[in-house]
Design a protein around this ligand. Structure first.
Ligand code: SF4
Length: 342
């Protein structure tokens, strides 16, 4: 199926804050997702990368309403689901499914593989009778590279890669439009990672799926994505097509992340940029550019003023004062972080 221009998911100025203890009478919040705006077209694979603690997993869970958004808008397949409660989300779960990081924890050990894959088909009443249900489960097992007899086994009898295949089969059962994969290969050995990524790429093309693919590893995201967003402390710092982001990273944070990715061609040399310090607290993030405390190119303005979204090229946006002479992104397109930033 080819990619169309139609937007499957549009997220506007999404905030996900968690209240924590009060200090000096004021309530404090962990600002896990701090005003994020982006859209994903049908058939696109949008990779979201960033260090652990940058809010990417919370964002993924928030989009399926496994976390409650504090404010902002989520429109999925033309339907504004931002305020939907659990009951109203039930039919929506047929459209959006998650594949989780830990295939060991995400499968119920007391259920057979048959029951695990059949469960969503039963919940959403997607089979005519018992035979139809069995046929569908077997077809899903085959689709993810497992054997028919695996249906009668239990999760502990499988390797990590096989368990992730079971998780993918379960997600595919309801024929979702969007799959949110949260670090789906990071718990697996490198050789198995490639197999699962190849499977996901194959399924995406065969079934015309749309993925939101969350990972901390830029080489994993490069393998599978068509578009990439780099997150830092609850916001995007750069968004671009995969080719543009990897060939011409503009944001100092993206440059630092990419400098640590090994290049297979020994003739290409890239200086490693070591970032000082760790990601600051999401309770009290730095003023101005949130990255200024670690940025090797920090300027005076960065400590005070939040950078706007700058339009570097078609489908390439960056939030950084180094590009203050570029046109400000007022293109009307849905990009980057929400709201006025300065
Ligand atoms: Fe670095 Fe300043 Fe750009 Fe932030 S705005 S990434 S501190 S140069």
């Amino acid at each position: 199926m080819s990619m169309t221009d139609e937007r499957l998911l549009t997220v506007q100025d999404l905030h996900i804050y968690y209240p924590i203890s009060k200090r000096n009478g004021n309530k404090e919040y962990v600002k896990a997702v701090d005003g994020v705006t982006f859209s994903v077209k049908n058939g696109e694979v949008f990779g979201i990368v960033g260090e652990s603690g940058c809010g990417k997993s919370t964002l993924g869970r928030g989009l399926c309403k496994l976390e409650t958004p504090t404010s902002g808008t989520i429109v999925l397949d033309g339907e504004d689901i931002s305020a939907y409660e659990t009951k109203k989300m039930r039919p929506i779960r047929k459209k959006v499914q998650m594949v989780f990081q830990d295939p060991y924890a995400s499968l119920d050990p007391r259920m057979s593989v048959f029951d695990i894959i059949a469960e969503p088909l039963v919940i959403h009443k997607l089979s005519k009778d018992k035979k139809d249900l069995a046929d569908k489960v077997v077809a899903l097992l085959r689709k993810v590279g497992l054997e028919d007899y695996h249906a009668n086994r239990y999760p502990h009898e499988f390797s990590g890669g096989q368990r992730q295949r079971i998780g993918i089969a379960r997600a595919l059962a309801v024929e979702p439009k969007l799959i949110i994969a949260d670090e789906p290969v990071s718990a697996l050995d490198v050789s198995i990672q490639a197999q699962i990524l190849n499977l996901m790429t194959h399924l995406q093309k065969e079934l015309g799926l749309t993925y939101l693919f969350i990972a901390h590893d830029l080489s994993v995201v490069e393998h599978i994505s068509t578009k990439v967003g780099v997150m830092y402390l609850g916001n995007f710092v750069e968004l671009a097509s995969k080719e543009k982001l990897y060939k011409n990273p503009l944001h100092p944070y993206t440059q630092a992340l990419l400098s640590s990715v090994p290049i297979p061609d020994p003739t290409i040399k890239r200086d490693r940029i070591i970032l000082e310090g760790s990601i600051p607290s999401a309770v009290d993030p730095p003023q101005g550019c949130k990255f200024h405390t670690r940025c090797p190119k920090c300027m005076e303005v960065c400590r005070k003023i939040v950078p706007r979204c700058y339009y570097a090229d078609e489908d390439h946006y960056v939030y950084c004062h180094l590009y203050d002479d570029m046109p400000n992104s007022k293109t009307g397109k849905t990009v980057g972080n929400g709201g006025e930033q300065a």
